[in-house]
Ligand binder design. Structure first.
Ligand code: MN
Length: 175
C-alpha cells in the first residue's frame, strides 16, 4: 500500500478527510502507528543492567534501559544508579532533559549556578543545550529516571569534559 508523503499527525488535523489510493488516510495513519509502536511489555529479565560508558562518567554508574526512541516517539528514558562519588561528565541535551529522583541523595549543577542537592520525588527540568551535570552525593548513592528526546535531526546528548573534584565537592544548596 502506497502511503509515502502522508503526514500522520491527527492532532493537527492534517490528513483529515484525505484518501491515499482510495483508502481513508486516518486508517492508514492508525496502521502506521500500530507498526511503529507495537503494544508489548518489555520484561525486566530480558534487559540487562549496563555499566555507564567510562568516557562520559566519573566513578561507578549503572544504567537500566527503560525506553529508546522508536518512531513516532522520540523519547529516551533510563534509570541511572550512581554509587557515591559517581557523576556524569558535563554535557547538554538538544531538546533538554527531565530527571526524576527515585532514591538516595544526589547532586545537580547547571553551569554558572550553585550545586544543588536533589532528593527522591524531586523533578529537575534542564533546558535545551544547557551545560550541566548530575550524580550522587559524595557519600550517598542516587538513582534517577532520566528522560530526554531527540531533535528532528536525531541529535540528543553532547558529552563534554569530566566534572573536576573541586567542582563536585562544593557545598550543595538544599532549596
Ligand atoms: Mn543530563
Amino acid at each position: 500500500m502506497k502511503s509515502a508523503g502522508l503526514i500522520c499527525a491527527p492532532s493537527t488535523g492534517k490528513g483529515k478527510g484525505e484518501t491515499v489510493g482510495g483508502i481513508d488516510a486516518a486508517a492508514i495513519c492508525r496502521w502506521k502507528r500500530e507498526e511503529q509502536l507495537k503494544p508489548r511489555i518489555m520484561r525486566a529479565s530480558t534487559r540487562p543492567t549496563n555499566k555507564a560508558e567510562a568516557k562520559n562518567f566519573v566513578g561507578s554508574v549503572m544504567s537500566d534501559p527503560v525506553w529508546a526512541p522508536e518512531g513516532p516517539s522520540r523519547l529516551r528514558a533510563s534509570r541511572v544508579t550512581f554509587m557515591p562519588g559517581g557523576r556524569t561528565n558535563w554535557h547538554q541535551h538538544a531538546v533538554g532533559q527531565i530527571l526524576y529522583v527515585l532514591s538516595g541523595v544526589g547532586r545537580y549543577q547547571l553551569d554558572g549556578q550553585p550545586v544543588q542537592e536533589i532528593r527522591p520525588g524531586d523533578t529537575v527540568v534542564i533546558p535545551p543545550n544547557a551545560r550541566h551535570w548530575h550524580g550522587s552525593a559524595p557519600d550517598t548513592m542516587m538513582c534517577h529516571l532520566a528522560m530526554s528526546e531527540t531533535d528532528e535531526k536525531g541529535q540528543a546528548t553532547t558529552w563534554l569534559e569530566p566534572v573536576s573534584d573541586a567542582d563536585y565537592t562544593k557545598t550543595a544548596a538544599k532549596d
